[in-house]
Ligand binder design. Structure first.
Ligand code: FAD
Length: 485
């Protein structure tokens, strides 16, 4: 068993659980967090960026992408860490006992997790890691910047390992729509969506919009039309389009997974439609799949965000990316990387193969999530953290680099054949669990995830308040009792 010095970058859910698992395994851990508190994404702010599409590299970056009304899209029993159940705690002020609570409850949960596991001691708040470089034989050179500090603000240190938990939603991924560059209307990315009244603080209520027009002529175009297109149809897009429908004249959702044909009016709304994929947006019309063009005033691009071009050098310029870019494969296959089961496992192996030595190995935990678009993030990060911690200590054995590359190749040919492989994130979780000697993912958690996912599609308006899986909730609470007593 080796004891190593490990730098963890980020104190969001992934960084916190990584720190706990690494310390449990006996490693020496330092967590770098550029913000002033734990929680990452779950630290809501009403602030938005100066460039609403997030393309300007000089904009002030806001980390969190939460909107004010956000409630979890997973039931809390399913969402929490394995041995730290996400149950309502009555003693906490403002607690939110709902099964799909608001974002504040998740932040409180992460704060309690940090407190109860003594993680605050490990965290250097207000400290940004600005570069990580591999140093031959010595380990990883980590350069950090104490935000707001004077002469001693830059620190150079060497660690045996680095676990990157910097999150992957902050850098928006903007849809590539032909003609959009000459679009005269407003565009924004849902990373900057907070409340349904567009442009926080400037528009009070939409019923007031006539007088707002006079005062904010810059937004004239927006308010004359007040027709909104939301691209995407996953959890955030479904929430946001429904919320905006309460204010806008028309909301048009555009989804790659919808069948081409007539737009579908969404049940319960007379101003909300779902269209097939948006394929062009020129001057003041947008064209969906086979539909007639629609006049719009605001184009909202939601954030199924994957980092594509980022300013975060850690997330963007690692050797893993370069290696990944060189890897051959048909475009279709490369695109499916984001969705295929097994890829994260393989990526880890790929990095290890590249690094050639465990002492000099960087891992990505949160960023791994980009390869699986639909996951239960907290337990997944917990298992990945256990695995990383075990690999670094030598308790978990790695295959040889040759075997790793074989595995990568087998996966790529599997993907080529399947074209669009199914998502099997619980299989991946169970693989990690078996490697770590951890029990497999509980059956109730798997079933609950399935039930919630189905309800989300069938009843997007009320899946958070009506359900029929009480038996699974009881099974979860039986398990929680064993942990909590
Ligand atoms: P983050 O929470 O993003 O944390 C990353 C941390 O790293 C931040 O604190 C940041 O300040 C820090 N950091 C970044 N770069 C540096 C640097 N260079 N130096 C120092 N510190 C740095 N998950 C669910 O389970 N349920 C849900 O209902 C759910 N809903 C979501 C809704 C939205 C709108 C979004 C955006 C995400 C949602 N998620 C949900 C997914 C959520 O992202 C994950 O649950 C999880 O919180 C990700 O944690 P993380 O630690 O990987 O990243």
């Amino acid at each position: 068993m080796f004891r190593r010095s490990i730098a963890v970058i980020g104190a969001g859910a992934s960084g916190l659980v990584a720190a706990r698992e690494l310390r449990r395994e006996g490693h020496d851990v330092v967590v770098f967090e550029r913000g002033g508190t734990v929680g990452g994404t779950w630290v809501y702010t009403p602030a938005i960026e100066s460039d609403l599409l997030g393309l300007d590299p000089n904009r002030k970056v806001i980390h969190s992408s939460l909107y004010n009304s956000l409630r979890t899209n997973l039931p809390r029993e399913c969402m929490g860490f394995f041995d730290y159940p996400f149950v309502p705690v009555n003693e906490i002020n403002d607690h939110d006992p709902r099964r799909f609570p608001g974002h504040g409850e998740v932040l409180r949960y992460l704060e309690s997790f940090s407190r109860d596991n003594d993680l605050y001691l490990l965290i250097r708040f207000g400290t940004e890691v600005v570069s990580v470089e591999m140093e031959k034989e010595r380990g990883w050179a980590v350069r950090s910047l104490k935000i707001g500090a004077g002469r001693d603000r830059v620190k150079n240190e060497v660690y045996d390992g680095v676990v990157v938990c910097s999150g992957h939603y902050t850098e928006p991924r903007v849809a590539d729509i032909p003609g959009i560059e000459i679009w005269p209307g407003k565009q924004m990315h849902s990373h900057n969506y907070r409340i349904p009244q567009p442009f926080l603080g400037q528009v009070c209520i939409v019923s007031n919009w006539d007088c707002m027009l006079a005062r904010h002529s810059g937004f004239l175009h927006l308010f004359i039309h007040f027709v909104i297109v939301v691209i995407g149809s996953s959890a955030s897009a479904a929430d946001i389009s429904r919320e905006i429908a309460g204010f806008a004249r028309e909301v048009h959702g555009a989804s790659r997974s919808s069948c081409p044909g007539a737009p579908m009016k969404q049940p319960g709304y007379d101003n909300l439609w779902l269209h097939s994929m948006l394929f062009s947006g020129d001057v003041s019309l947008v064209r969906f799949g086979w539909d007639a063009p629609t006049a719009v005033g605001l184009l909202t691009v939601p954030k199924d965000a994957l980092i594509e071009k980022g300013k975060n050098t850690l997330a963007q310029s690692g050797a893993m990316d370069d290696k990944q870019k060189k890897r051959k494969g048909p475009p279709e296959t490369r695109r499916s990387e984001k969705h295929v089961t097994g890829i994260p496992k393989t990526k880890f192996r790929d990095v290890l193969a590249w690094a050639g030595s465990l002492v000099a190995t960087a891992f990505r935990i949160a960023t791994m999530l980009i390869f699986l678009s639909q996951v239960v993030p907290f337990p997944l990060c917990e298992l990945q953290s256990k695995w990383v911690a075990g690999v670094l200590s030598g308790r978990i054995a790695l295959p040889t680099p040759e075997k790793m590359l074989e595995d990568v190749d087998a996966l790529y040919s599997e993907m080529e054949q399947a074209r669009w492989p199914h998502i099997g994130h619980f299989e991946y979780d169970d693989w990690l669990a078996s490697q770590c000697g951890h029990p497999l993912v509980e059956e109730w958690r798997k079933q609950m995830y399935k039930a919630a996912s189905k309800n989300k599609v069938v009843r997007p308006d009320n899946y958070r308040d009506e359900w029929d899986d009480d038996d699974l909730v009881s099974a979860a609470h039986e398990d929680f009792k064993k942990i909590l007593t």
